[in-house]
Design a binder for this molecule. Structure first.
Ligand code: IPE
Ligand code: IPE
Ligand code: MG
Length: 241
């Protein structure tokens, strides 16, 4: 998108940093994994409402490249939750005509999980009601590092002329090559940082930081946030007409 284009009035791509599961559980004296389970249950409600409110692309940050630093039990609990979520939701997502794709580095994930992810992507590949992207073992710096490696290989082997590298061609090397840039990025739990999420893609995104913990985030709150940004002027660096 360049500064010359008209500011869109639509919020078509929303990305969410689903944060606060641990605090939700800890405040209730429960193990952190209970919070993650509650958080996973929230996803369905948010996915379901998207087509009704004009959101065509939903991108969810599920696990970052930094989250491996957590306790082994929490990491393995999250991985089995991802396996269960995919197994349980595949049919339903397909029935709702949701196309699901994953971004991030899969190579470090368990082969069983990788298989389930690929199966879900294949099964839903022709759906067009909503584009759901799940960021799993995703980090913006890791994504850019992988992109630069591939680009450097292509240049070294003569497939790319360094003279031709531009913003658009870099866009084809990042994981989100099939996605428009996010219009709005929401983070729950009150933290005001982006924690390595969509660094390249967020250049002109609007941000909303809400205190609600992810397991308490409702479709109503989500709808209200999206509505508040719909119609907000985005200038992409240009002066107003
Ligand atoms: C977000 O919730 C989920 C993941 C990062 C996997 P947290 O687990 O970060 O919850 P808090 O921030 O500790 O409350
Ligand atoms: C960001 O949340 C990652 C996800 C929501 C998956 P974190 O809780 O991991 O981020 P920090 O550690 O607070 O920056
Ligand atoms: Mg957190």
């Amino acid at each position: 998108m360049t500064g010359q284009e008209k500011a869109p009035r639509k919020v078509e791509h929303v990305a969410i940093i689903m944060d606060g599961n641990g605090r939700w559980a800890t405040r209730r004296g429960l193990p952190r994994l209970v919070g993650h389970r509650k958080g996973a249950a929230r996803v369905r409600e948010i996915v379901d409402i998207c087509p009704d409110i004009g959101v065509k692309y939903l991108t969810l940050y599920a696990f970052s490249t930094e989250n491996w630093k957590r306790a082994e039990a929490e990491v393995s609990g999250l991985m089995s939750l991802f396996r269960r979520y995919i197994t349980r939701e595949t049919e339903r997502l397909h029935e709702h005509r949701v196309r699901v794709r994953f971004i991030g580095d899969r190579s470090r994930l368990d082969p069983k999980l990788i298989k389930l992810m690929a199966r879900l992507e294949e099964k839903t590949a022709k759906n067009d009601h909503l584009n759901l992207t799940i960021a799993l073992n995703y980090g913006g710096r890791d994504e850019l590092t992988r992109a630069m490696k591939t680009l450097a290989e292509d240049a070294a082997e003569g497939r790319v002329d360094p003279e031709d590298i531009n913003e658009q061609s870099i866009g084809f090397y990042v994981d989100t090559r099939y996605l428009p840039d996010p219009d709005l990025i929401i983070r729950t739990s009150g933290e005001k940082r982006i924690s390595n999420f969509l660094l390249w893609q967020s250049a002109y995104a609007e941000y909303e930081f809400v205190p609600t913990l992810w397991p308490d985030f409702t479709a109503e709150e989500f709808t209200a946030i999206v509505a508040s940004f719909t119609g907000r002027e985005r200038r992409f660096g240009a002066a107003t007409a």
